[in-house]
Design a protein around this ligand. Sequence first.
Ligand code: R1P
Length: 292
Amino acid sequence: MQKKIEASELIINPDGSIFHLHLKPEDIARDIILVGDPGRVELISSLFDSIELKKANREFVSCTGTYNGKRLTVVATGIGTDNIDIVVNELDALVNIDFETRSVKPEHTQLNFVRIGTSGALQKDLPVDSWLLSEKAIGFDGLINFYARRNEVSDLAFEKAFTDALNWNPLLTAPYVVDAAPSLLHKLDGGKVVRGVTISAPGFYGPQGRELRLDIADKDINAKITGFNYQDYRVTNYEMECSAIYGLSALLGHQAATVCVIIANRLAGTASKDYKPVMKQLIEHVVKGLTQ
Ligand code: R1P
């Protein structure tokens, strides 16, 4: 007999939907596209053959429909790994917890998560408007460190090589290194896609080495990251959600991948004037890859 999850731990709204996402168990597909920007949900769902439902609460805007006859759900996460903790745990609960008995279902349902985002490049040869598929993610955010079995889903040798090479500042959270699902990477290859290793930072400015009016603690951190190599890997880009999606998916038994449009190159000092047309092309590439 599975233990009952109390009302304080899993909050279900009066209409039977889950606390933040306002979605019910029957509302979501097994293939789920995650985007940061709520406006991107409209762009993706405009490609659907049919729309089944739209829901919104705070920044969590969702739409379920079909593309080429296959059911897909799009969910806007807003910015940051703290939001990913909410989104991935609630989507998992919708399929793997029985809302009537408030217990974990005996049969596990696996979800496929593909994040489509925007990102800044840390290598010279990744120009603005290129597409970056994250084989691995390095979490500067610390989210996965709160969960048991953290070491089981992390690349501990990579973590050690990285923290040694950067002479890691002990005041910062210990970074974790987690992998994408190979089957999803395979589906998303092709087109302009380049594979790489992505850092998810817990902020846009200081945590990604940007200085406006505030100096950062380690002025060499981005140069050290760009020059870091481990086996055949190099670190390619910064964004703010990928690590938590990979880490939670691995812990919960789901598949995940992230592909981003590079909208800034931090070495060249350049930024895209209008990344929206390239984002539309990337979205078409992803929905085709996911539904083939
Ligand atoms: C910062 O501007 C936001 O853009 C990137 C970062 O990860 C962060 O969420 O992703 P999205 O374009 O998905 O929002």
